[in-house]
Design a protein. Sequence first.
Length: 307
Amino acid sequence: MNNDSLCALVREAENCGCRVVKNADLKKYTTFKIGGTAECVIEIDNREACLKLIPMAHGLGLAYYVFGNGSNIIADDKGIDAVIFHMNGGEIKNDGEMLTCFAGVKLAGLCVYAMEHELGGLEFAYGIPGTVGGAVYMNAGAYGGEIKDVIVSAEAMDVNGNVTVYNTEQMELSYRNSIFENNGSIILSASFKLYNDDKSAVKARMDEIIEKRRSKQPLEYPSAGSTFKRPSGNYASLLIEQCGLKGLSVGGAEVSQKHSGFIINKGNASFDDVMELIDKVKYEVKIQTGYELECEPVIIRSHSEFD
């Protein structure tokens, strides 16, 4: 990576009031707690900094990734020669039943904000360990709800800083997919249309959902959530269990015995442990059932090629 270009980007980030962490440990920025070092992490909590810094990095030819909460990422522990823009925090605004927030706002925090303002509709998302930007990017969903059910618009920019506002239809939201995965735009903010409801009723539904998560998912271990997308006409966890793979392990990585749809970091799992286990699961499911499983998390490898 060009040192002069990186120094120029860091100076501009500091001028924007962003926190910069050099030689950053990616274990601290992913929920799987796996990953080596990155050249630096730049923490961003507002759209103005995004509009300046990401196009600048692109113009300087620097390799970079945009992270939210790192809850859907498996990062190589050999490290990556790249800048990480960590969308972290930000402002929430409400206008009656409409909530608008920066992409770095934690999804769980937005759910709590909605509850405190007596707004219902986001309860399904409580406990999803990502940011608003990440949730929109993959149309996150759980317990019968999806982002597409409540979002009305999203603001995104291309790598040159050109901003576009997308309505729900233009976002092309489908199962774990959106137009942003296909066009490479970076989500800046999103607006959600909710409905007025009693605070205690909203809280009760949130409590019920988080209890379901705790009872059914291995939240006590680091992971990237569901490891595989749901194949058409079936469920990844059911196929994995039917193939006798529950509890299968490689090094510190294990197919959770609590929920076979999760590969967990049972203890100091390496990137190679996780990738070998993923390959074994995919192979066995394909051989035994004919289904091809597709990974849900984004896999970031060392010495990756960058656009």
